[in-house]
Design a protein around this ligand. Structure first.
Ligand code: PMP
Length: 382
């Protein structure tokens, strides 16, 4: 059987062969520990990490000493949220996040709630977007941290983080604003200056890099205190001890470089493919509704409700397509997606399918995917 057509680029992306090529020598000949100061193996690894740190920082409009490498966005989100909540707990114990955050933010905040913090989940509008006024209404004198994602992993909507962060800092300029930008890097401009945030999360495998590496960006001025999750050494400014996975870090750097050079052109091409898919599905099938804002939306995301079919019945008919009913993270335990639940009713959520196009999605694949999808929906509708 040929491999299915990959339309799940929000779950993960294929590691770009050019990224892999840069990584390979760091598994074979350059296998030193970047912390080894006494020999050339260590120096070579350290130099490679230094270059990657520059590449990641440049892609975020940041300084190199603001980048802390870790295992991915889940860890970066946990370090940002738990790390801030604990470091600031003498000032207050109230955390504010959007109802549609990724589970690595939501569950981390819930765990803190179980430890005595107060958590407010702010509702989004029917388009999935958050109004600055709704966010500010949730803030109190006890609030220390606000965490809002830039691009949603399920419905692809792009929050106006600049406006939200400004509103929060106008309320109290000592509040820490964290942004999960895992789905944003390489897809929309991520520049920490105009975004006005204090902490920002990124992950390599969402941007055609390897799985298992990500970074937390932390504003340097003023320097924010953070409590580490792990203890065991001075790596990454004492906030993330452990030997750096040099090949993964090198790959992350190269992925960021390619995103900076090619991201805008990729996105323009992907947006055309995505719009063509939506238009074709609408004319060939009818009864298609887009979940989440159409305009404030990342190019590769198509999350649609299909009249007359349940996603759980449709997906088994789509053996030739790799798609998802909600997000890959929540589909493992079969719970309905909390993101769809925040913007549509249960019946519509159950009829919803997420397709994610990416750098490697071709026109031919889109044409084939459309034929498969149209046939499966027609068969299911009966
Ligand atoms: N945040 C968002 C918005 C995501 O989409 C993901 C991945 N699904 C994560 C965090 C977790 O990323 P990682 O796999 O790098 O831990």
């Amino acid at each position: 059987m040929p491999a299915p057509i990959y339309l799940d680029n929000q779950a993960t992306t294929r590691c770009d062969p050019r990224v892999l090529a840069k990584m390979l020598p760091y598994f074979t000949e350059h296998y030193g520990n970047a912390s080894s100061k006494t020999h050339a193996f260590g120096w070579t690894a350290e130099a490679a990490v230094g270059l990657a740190r520059e590449q990641v920082a440049t892609s975020l409009g940041a300084q190199t000493n603001e980048i802390m490498f870790c295992s991915g966005a889940t860890e970066a989100n946990n370090l940002a949220i738990r790390g801030t909540a604990l470091a600031y707990q003498s000032r207050g114990k109230h955390l504010v996040i959007a109802a549609t955050e990724h589970l690595s933010v939501l569950d981390c905040a819930r765990a803190l709630e179980a430890e005595g913090f107060r958590l407010s989940l702010v509702e989004v509008g029917a388009d999935g977007l958050l109004e600055p006024a709704s966010l500010v209404a949730a803030l109190t004198a006890e609030t220390t941290l606000v965490s809002i994602m830039l691009v949603n992993n399920e419905i692809g909507v792009i929050q106006n983080i600049g406006a939200l962060a400004d509103a929060v800092h106008d309320y109290n300029d000592e509040l820490v604003f964290h942004c999960d930008a895992a789905q944003a890097l390489g897809r929309v401009a991520v520049d920490v200056g105009p975004l006005g945030v204090d902490l920002l999360t990124v992950s390599a495998h969402k941007v055609y890099g390897p799985k298992g590496v990500g970074a937390l960006w932390r504003r340097r001025r003023p320097r924010l205190p953070l409590q580490p999750l792990l203890h065991g050494g001075a790596h990454e400014q004492g906030l993330r001890p452990g030997t750096l996975p040099v090949p993964l870090v090198v790959g992350f750097g190269q992925a960021c470089l390619l995103a900076a050079e090619e991201g805008a052109a990729d996105e323009a091409r992907i947006a055309l493919l995505r719009d063509h898919m939506l238009e074709q599905l609408t004319t060939r099938l009818g009864g298609i509704e887009l979940n989440g804002s159409r305009s404030a939306r990342v190019a590769g995301n198509l999350n649609i409700a299909i009249e007359g079919v349940l996603a759980e019945k449709l997906i088994p008919r789509l053996q030739g397509l790799a798609v998802s009913s909600g997000s890959a993270c929540s589909s493992a335990d079969g719970r309905p997606s909390h993101v769809l639940a925040a913007i549509v009713d249960t019946a519509r959520a159950q009829r919803s399918l997420r397709m994610g196009l990416g750098r490697f999605t071709s026109e031919e694949e889109v044409a084939q995917a459309l034929d498969l999808l149209v046939a499966a929906v027609k068969a299911e509708r009966g």
